[in-house]
Design a protein around this ligand. Structure first.
Ligand code: APR
Ligand code: PHB
Length: 390
């Protein structure tokens, strides 16, 4: 098989890029290791920067998001009994975020790929990129006993943190930066009315908590837990009781509880791999970087890579201009590191770090105290939360 862009990974990054390229007449093949059902069973975050929402519209995939998603003009931060609203809209000259689940968005992307006749090959096993530093790279994969080969101009590694793409960059070329946090998030999805119309990020001496939502009838809540905890250690009752304790009491009293539909624990980590290009391989999304979820920047960071890569590939194919491809890694990483900084800052400010000295805890409290006394501080939070310019 021959194509222009060979894409490894059928998550949001790979699908979005292939959809955007197809609409401009550029051909791609997506190789995905798992079944579509498996990809769509993952429950992940749900806050989209305005720039990401615009990219989905450009890809022709924004209709259901615009119908069913919710535009949020603010978020809340709770500290003990205090609840402060951050007026995202007012502080950023009218910018907002869109609350729309990643699972729904991925479903929309798959449907759009189907409608255009896009090639997405599922259950592609042992995907391997080859000859990345030549001008004729290719991919191989297996389906059952059959070995297949995809010849292409460029390879895009959009195969997530555990994928094969990053690993195919020689160790002496790649630098990896990592920070692992000493706690995880226990998340619960429940068919209950959200406790508040906008998200609440809460710092409490018992640990961080987050009230998020998927719709008017579907809530997503998280609490900080030790890394040694397992989801089975937490009954629904224990989860609700702990969440309630970490919220201001008037919010806690309004909390609607119910059976959990999903319950899982995710560790928190920051990770960046540099460079994001090796020969004709371009990394995008989780394949190159991970953030702790506290700033809602995971999917949005992937979106910024796709935005740069899409325009770089357009310039190559439509104008013979390779400057975008040549500067991709540098440009993408500049924005990625800012999302890393914001995610680290939100995480550091809002979580309880086991064994942290009393001095550090007082500084954490002062950080919040400063934030809520300073319009400049709030504006900085708001500008990062809605998404820095591409
Ligand atoms: N071969 C083919 N496909 C692979 C391979 C492989 N060796 N390894 C992984 N994949 C597939 C995975 O099954 C998955 O569907 O690549 C896809 C990668 O998708 P994601 O992990 O969702 O990564 P990405 O598309 O970059 O999405 C952005 O940012 O913080 C996150 O939650 C956010 O998942 C979102 C991500
Ligand atoms: C979520 O809804 O799952 C969510 C929202 C905001 C975050 C993290 C997760 O910062």
């Amino acid at each position: 098989m021959k194509t222009q862009v060979g894409i490894i990974g059928g998550g949001p990054s790979g699908l979005l890029l292939s959809q955007l390229l197809h609409r401009r007449g550029i051909d791609s093949v997506v190789l995905e290791k798992h079944t579509r059902a498996h990809v769509l069973a993952r429950i992940r975050a749900g806050v989209l920067e305005q720039g990401f929402a615009d990219l989905l519209r450009l890809a022709g995939c924004g209709d259901r998001m615009d119908r069913e998603g919710e535009v949020h003009e603010g978020v809340n931060i709770a500290h003990g009994e205090d609840l402060h609203r951050v007026d995202l809209h007012g502080l950023t000259g009218g910018r907002t975020v869109m609350v729309y689940g990643q699972t729904e968005l991925t479903r929309d992307l798959y449907e759009a790929r189907d409608a255009m006749g896009g090639v997405v090959i599922h259950e592609a096993e042992d995907v391997q990129p080859h000859d990345l530093t030549s001008d004729a790279p290719y991919l191989t994969y297996r389906q059952g006993d059959e070995l297949h080969r995809v010849e292409c101009d460029f390879v895009v590694g959009a195969d997530g943190f555990h994928g094969v793409s990053r690993k195919s960059i020689p160790a002496d070329v790649l630098t990896e930066y990592e920070k692992v946090y000493p706690f995880g998030w226990l998340g619960v999805l429940s068919r209950t009315e959200p406790v508040a119309p906008e998200l609440i990020y809460a710092r409490h001496e018992r640990g961080f908590a987050l009230c998020s939502l998927r719709s008017r009838v579907l809530s997503r809540y998280y609490i900080q837990v030790p890394l040694t905890d397992r989801p089975g250690d937490w009954s629904d009752e224990a989860f609700w009781a702990e969440l309630k304790r970490r919220l201001p009491s008037d919010v806690g009293r309004r909390l609607q509880t119910g059976p959990s539909i999903e319950k899982s624990i995710a560790p928190l980590r920051s990770f960046v791999a540099e460079p994001m290009r090796y020969g004709r391989l371009f990394l995008a999304g989780d394949a190159a970087h991970i953030v702790p979820p506290t700033g809602a920047k995971g999917l949005n960071s992937a979106g910024s890579d796709i935005q740069y890569l899409y325009h770089a590939l357009l310039d190559h194919y439509e104008r013979g201009d390779d400057s975008g491809l040549d500067s991709y890694s540098q440009k993408a990483l500049a924005r990625i590191w800012k999302a890393q900084r914001f995610s680290w800052w939100m995480t550091s400010m809002l979580h309880v770090f086991p064994d942290s000295p009393a001095y550090d805890r007082r500084l954490q409290e002062t950080e919040l105290d400063y934030l809520f006394s300073s319009e400049a501080g709030l504006r900085s939070l708001a500008e990062n939360y809605v998404g820095l310019p591409y």
